[in-house]
Design a protein around this ligand. Structure first.
Ligand SMILES: Nc1nc2c(ncn2[C@@H]2O[C@H](COP(=O)(O)OP(=O)(O)OP(=O)(O)O)[C@@H](O)[C@H]2O)c(=O)[nH]1
Ligand SMILES: [Mg+2]
Length: 535
């Protein structure tokens, strides 16, 4: 999976190369402007990374670094022009390997991306319920995530521990081992498979030294979401989640100031952090308001949609299970479906027309993953409202995946967190064509009453639609009504979205016994009373 190679650093080039698009775990400068005057002569500079760059450059140059007690009053909240999205580290790297790195530009999602070198670290802790995947498989998945984010995984390691080290997450011996691997392999980013505390992040960055950046699975997922957010609402949700993730981690940005002045500017750093936190909190609350208004807007649309009594079926499942492929296959939609994690972020709803004339709406949703941080689940709650308001959930499982059972468990865990356990659920095993022994898989599915499909070949889709119809009945209301002959369109609606069991032509209209979705049952209420009167 992970390839290892050694890339000796070439001598630094004279001129800086233009900054390439690159992996960007959430850094403060992406979200809001922070202004600080490092030196009165230098004027105001915005952005933490830029700040670091300036401080380092000045130290090497004239020696007139303006980091002293007198400059703290220059801290300001006034916005200035946006900072470049590149750190001194990546610039140096780009300079250092401008020629040898040309092969590290890769085309991803139609963009040319500079592949940063990443090293992965995992920990298996005794008795941890989060470790159902096993450390090696979890790291494999982390490598897939890194690949999706546009990183080049050059190595990985893991440690089995009785308990996590509160300071550095891993043991000191492992820290030293990773440090030498990082330098030998010229690694730019070390990614941990679990969420690190702000203190652990800071200590590890210090321990690895130099420009090595440390981040965790959450930051990586946030970065992928950031790259993939296609709608305004998704972009707002991701920004909010990134800011909330960043808030407690602000302090690490300032450690270099303390280092440079031998600890004398500690007070200054602290004051700036408070200012930064306040700005960030203000931005978080502004973002929440904006998100709320976008949500209200969408709710109106959804309410309008719900007034048409077509049942909504939501596809849920582990990322890469084949949800979008299934939606595309059944509805002729054109949702991006590819062999990458988190291809879909925004829900898409399409109408499925069955051969017997009945219909339902099918919604494709964001995929789930193990160790999905609760904050992210909460951030996507708006998008996932689609799920909570559907009549039926279809849990799409990639049955060809060696860890399909663990993936099922991870999805069930998220569904539980979303409080949607009461919605009827239909489990389907997808990618049956890809399994080693489809016959045995089908037999087992039959034994468990599960539908086997292949969204790619179309195998089992009729059976799937029938099962959806049958299950939808669970969410429908049984009604008996007499529909007047002049209200023929109402009878059509019952046939289209409900399940008709019996009809009979009577003097004052058509008697119908059927299961229909609740909104339609409400429309039929006066006609139902008529039946009661007839009986
Ligand atoms: N062999 C085979 N491959 C499939 C099948 N269904 C989907 N795939 C492939 O699986 C990969 C993922 O499919 P998607 O439809 O993007 O999966 P998804 O569940 O929407 O993934 P996310 O949007 O990331 O949550 C794609 O490469 C599909 O071509 C199937 O039935 N058989
Ligand atoms: Mg998808």
């Amino acid at each position: 999976m992970a390839t290892f190679f050694f890339n000796p650093t070439s001598p630094p080039a004279k001129s800086a190369t233009p900054s390439p698009p690159r992996f960007a775990p959430p850094h403060l400068h992406q979200f809001f402007p922070i202004n600080i005057s490092l030196s009165p002569r230098k004027g105001r500079i915005r952005g933490i990374r830029v700040l670091k760059e300036s401080a380092e450059v000045e130290t090497e140059g004239s020696g007139e670094v303006g980091v002293n007690g007198s400059t703290i009053d220059a801290v300001s909240e006034a916005p200035v022009s946006p900072p470049p999205r590149v750190s001194i580290r990546s610039k140096n790297r780009a300079e250092a390997s401008s020629e040898s790195s040309s092969d590290r530009f890769k085309s991803r999602n139609g963009r040319e991306v500079f592949e940063e070198k990443a090293y992965l670290v995992g920990v298996e802790c005794k008795g941890s319920e989060d470790d159902s995947f096993g450390i090696e498989d979890s790291l494999k998945e982390l490598a897939q995530l890194a690949d999706t984010a546009g990183l080049l995984v050059v190595g990985s390691t893991y440690q089995k521990l009785a308990s996590r080290n509160p300071r550095t997450y891993i043991g000191s011996g492992k820290v030293a081992e990773i440090k030498s691997a990082v330098h030998a392999l010229d690694v730019e980013t070390v990614i941990f498979d679990d969420e690190l505390s702000p203190g652990q992040l800071r200590n590890l960055e210090k321990a690895f030294g130099g420009d090595v950046r440390v981040c965790d699975r959450t930051a990586l997922i946030l970065d992928i979401f950031n790259q993939r957010a296609a709608t305004h609402e998704a972009a707002l949700q991701v920004s909010l989640a990134q800011m909330e993730y960043q808030l407690p981690r602000l302090t690490k940005m300032w450690t270099h100031l303390e280092r440079q002045s031998g600890g004398q500017v500690k007070g200054m750093g602290e004051k700036q952090i408070e200012v930064d936190k306040r700005i960030l909190r203000t931005q978080i609350s502004a973002l929440r308001k904006e998100l709320e208004s976008v949500r209200q807007h969408r709710k109106q649309y959804r309410n309008r949609r719900l007034s048409v009594p077509v049942p909504v079926v939501s596809l849920v499942g582990y990322t890469n299970a084949g949800k979008s492929t299934l939606l595309n296959r059944l509805t002729g939609a054109d949702v991006l479906a590819e062999d990458q994690l988190f291809a879909t972020l925004d829900p898409t709803t399409r109408r499925v027309q069955m051969k017997n004339g009945s219909e339902f709406l099918l919604t494709d949703t964001v995929g789930f993953i193990q160790k999905l941080p609760t904050t992210l689940v909460a951030a996507f709650r708006a998008t996932l409202e689609e799920i909570s308001e559907s009549s039926l959930l279809v849990h799409v499982v990639d049955i060809s995946h060696p860890l399909s059972q663990q993936q099922i468990d991870a999805v069930d865990k998220v569904l539980k967190e979303l409080d949607v356990e009461l919605i009827p659920k239909l489990v389907v095993w997808n990618k049956v064509d890809k399994t080693d022994d489809p016959i045995t898989v089908r037999k087992e599915a039959e034994r468990q009453g599960i539908i086997c499909i292949s969204a790619i070949t179309g195998d089992g889709l009729d059976e799937f639609c029938n099962a959806v119809q049958e299950k939808l009945k669970d969410s429908m209301v049984p009604v008996e009504a007499i529909v007047p002959y002049e209200k023929g369109e109402l009878l059509n609606d019952i046939y289209r979205v409900g399940m008709v069991e019996r009809t009979e032509y009577m003097e004052n209209g058509t008697f119908v016994r059927a299961h229909v979705p609740l909104p339609l049952a409400r429309v039929l209420t006066p006609l139902r009373q008529q039946v009661v009167a007839v009986h």
